[in-house]
Design a protein around this ligand. Structure first.
Ligand SMILES: [Ca+2]
Ligand SMILES: [Ca+2]
Length: 718
């Protein structure tokens, strides 16, 4: 029987609880469950583990506190030293042993190891959509939220918040494929509960898919399978930081009165002004809808549910002794949360975030964001077990990647416990997160940032222990949305200039791996104009130039639904005033543009064609997907750089023009024959200098030994 013995010397700053997680062995053997097997300390800084009955294994060393190596593969006994190098002989006795293999450094080196072949998410481009607002395939599951209902002139409600669904999304997969996207990021599909929960960020039951998204012939599994049949990956959005204000079904209850007893001042029971579905929480198929379906609610609550489904019998509020229904009685008893009475097994006990808390780590990570976002005790084992196990099931169903919400509200080490558990469950899994910053977001490392680094995006991409020194630790394997670059767009792309892009990207070294940043012009929360809350309202050519940037610089481009036709251009991303409805925001229903009658018009939009071609070009060129950037130069109306993947194996010289035509000159490039993916023009370089002309708001993408023109000319790429 073969055995495999692995030794590991953790880098400085790791905890002494070293574990090794093992999978993919030869001969095949069951993978260890996360966190894997504890390693035996040898007293001199080294840890050892004997893996019985195998000669080859994939493994990860980690310290159970968020520090870990990359995914490793070992085919013989070995010693991984504190520099992250495999040694074939014991380095304590063989002082001259040479390094063998090419294992990545565990810390210190910013260069990450490429993920296993076939699962490199940098090859993808992402289309982000709010499922309920995209395309309605099944009116039977449509549903009005309690708040913000739109009415027609006759007083009838229109535009159900829960409108688009999986059936509609499946019907439109070919649309997204034609547009050239290979991955779809959908808003959280788990069951939600709140006054305005159509977006999915108010989770109530992580183990169930929300019934308002599914149809009998279009379940989540159907969606995943239908996407995969077309070569499209599914990115599931996951919230770990908070639950809704009603607790978690079957796990924890948050004290409140049944909504059926709620009567606003000046109204009568069952008659509520803002919508016909007031109090429609609970069983979505039941006409006398109620918010009671949590098995861990107290007995009196259940009895009322059974005996008095419509709430006709008066109820004494156990907390105050007052009797409801009672017009004007404290709405907080129906919809609010008393932070002092939350179950400490599940929730933090530090109250609600206020004012200065937003830039301070402890309150930011322990207080509740809002009345419908109650902060989970994410460091507790029961919370971890619940959330990790629930999401593992979706990974087993075929979900390809995860996007994590509200990242800065969970301490890095704690967050990486979740991320690493999911990555251990599905090796090669790509996980990225949202750490929303309006500004460069360099924390302690940059001027003009009033927040500390440990709540900033880059910190989560690193494993170091010094917030003032990113290079104190390597890549954490967790990617982030590029809010730093996005924030610069207010002052450049949305004003028709590139000024400031080079400065923003000059800080790329701060991230664990800048080629995994998820780049975007806007999303459901933010836009690039003035105070970051509107859909892009600039000229169309500015948007075209913006996409030229996003599709050619480092990072993985992500388009927000509707951008391809300037949908709801200039509208606020979310509801603003008291009377606003979704119909007036950037989250308006998009499906009207996808009907058979209007699809032709949609697909003829100049930006649709523009984005489609950019996807074709990026997909053909590994340099644009994976290479680091060099030779970066920017002069307001022009931007140029080089993407060199794998030592010249895929090599592109890129020049971009915004507004006016530009002559681009890049020096110090490889000699050889270049072909432009946009114009097809061929240039031979002998002296390291490549010079070419680019039309206004177009791009020159000169590829060494390249294939020539890719796609067809449009209004902008020409
Ligand atoms: Ca529907
Ligand atoms: Ca938190």
């Amino acid at each position: 029987m073969p055995d495999l013995t692995v030794w590991f010397h953790p880098p400085r700053g790791w905890a002494d609880t070293i574990h090794v997680h093992v999978w993919g062995t030869h001969p095949p053997k069951a993978a260890t469950g996360w966190p894997g097997v504890p390693m035996q300390a040898h007293g001199d800084g080294w840890y050892v583990c004997l893996i019985e009955g195998v000669d080859t294994a994939s493994l990860v060393f980690h310290d159970q506190h968020g520090r870990q190596t990359a995914d490793l593969r070992r085919e013989r006994d070995g010693w991984m030293d504190r520099d992250g190098q495999w040694q074939d002989a014991d380095p304590r006795t063989a002082g001259t042993a040479a390094a063998s293999g090419t294992a990545p450094a565990a810390t210190g080196a910013p260069a990450p190891q490429a993920p296993p072949s076939g699962v490199d998410f940098r090859e993808e481009t992402i289309y982000f959509l709010i499922t309920t607002r995209f395309y309605d395939g099944d009116p039977a599951n449509n549903f009005y939220c309690r708040d913000r209902i739109a009415f027609d002139p006759n007083g009838r409600p229109t535009d159900p918040h829960w409108r688009g669904d999986f059936k509609g999304l499946i019907e439109q997969l070919d649309y997204l494929k034609d547009l050239g996207f290979t991955a779809i990021w959908i808003t959280p599909p788990i069951e939600n509960r709140s006054g305005l929960d159509y977006h999915g960020y108010h989770g109530y039951d992580w183990t169930r898919i929300d019934p308002r998204l599914e149809s009998p012939d279009a379940t989540y599994q159907h969606l995943i399978d239908a996407a995969h049949e077309r070569g499209i990956k599914i990115i599931q959005d996951v919230v770990v930081n908070h639950s809704c204000q009603y607790g978690i079904r079957g796990k924890v209850w948050i004290d409140h009165l049944p909504i059926k007893y709620y009567v606003p001042q000046g109204s009568r029971q069952g008659e509520v002004n803002h919508g016909p579905y007031q109090g429609n929480l609970g069983n979505y198929a039941w006409p006398n809808r109620d918010d009671l379906d949590n098995p861990v609610a107290p007995q009196w609550y259940w009895e009322r549910h059974e005996r008095d489904p419509e709430g006709r019998e008066p109820l004494i509020d156990p907390r105050t002794g007052q009797t409801v229904p009672k017009p004007g009685y404290d709405p907080g008893r129906f919809f609010g949360v008393d932070p002092g009475r939350l179950d400490p097994q599940w929730y933090h006990q530090d109250g609600f975030i206020a004012g200065g808390d937003w830039e301070s780590a402890y309150p930011l990570q322990h207080k509740h964001i809002a009345g419908d976002c109650i902060d989970l005790a994410t460091e507790r084992e029961n919370v971890k077990d619940y959330l990790i196990t629930a999401i593992n099931r979706y990974l087993d169903m075929g979900v390809d990647a995860l996007r994590i919400d509200t990242v800065k509200h969970v301490e890095r080490g704690n967050l990486l416990e979740y991320v690493n558990a999911w990555k251990a469950h599905k090796p090669g899994l790509f996980v990225f997160g949202e750490n929303l910053v309006k500004g460069y977001g360099w924390g302690d490392m940059g001027g003009g940032d009033n927040g500390p680094s440990p709540i900033r995006p880059w910190w989560y991409t690193r494993l170091g222990d010094d917030p003032r020194n990113p290079r104190s630790g390597g890549d954490s394997g967790f990617a982030v949305l590029d809010f730093g670059l996005f924030s610069s767009f207010r002052d450049n792309l949305s004003r028709g200039t590139f000024s400031g892009l080079a400065q923003a990207m000059s800080m790329d070294w701060i991230y664990g791996d800048p080629t995994t940043l998820i780049t975007f012009l806007q999303n459901h929360d933010v836009g690039p104009d003035n105070d970051f809350k509107y859909r892009f309202k600039g000229e169309q050519w500015m948007a075209a130039a913006a996409y030229n940037v996003l599709w050619t610089v480092r990072g993985i481009p992500c388009l927000y639904y509707g951008e391809e036709i300037e949908f709801m251009k200039g509208a606020p991303q979310d509801v603003e005033g008291e009377r606003d409805t979704l119909t007036r925001t950037g989250r308006a229903y998009f499906g009207d543009h996808l009907t058979p009658e209007r699809i032709g018009e949609t697909q003829a939009h100049p930006l649709y064609e523009h984005i489609k071609r950019l996807n074709q070009i990026r997909q053909a060129l590994p340099a644009l997907q994976k290479a680091p950037m060099s030779h970066l130069n920017e002069w307001g109306s022009g931007l140029s750089f080089v993407r060199d993947h794998d030592g010249g194996r895929s090599y592109a010289v890129v020049g971009l023009a915004i507004g006016t035509d530009q002559t681009i000159i890049v020096q110090g490039v490889l000699n050889g024959t270049y072909r432009d993916a946009v114009t097809g023009r061929e240039i031979v370089v002998h002296d390291g200098t490549l010079a070419f002309d680019v039309r206004g708001s177009s791009a020159g993408i000169y590829v060494l030994d390249g294939p020539g023109r890719i796609g067809v000319d449009g209004v902008y790429l020409r």
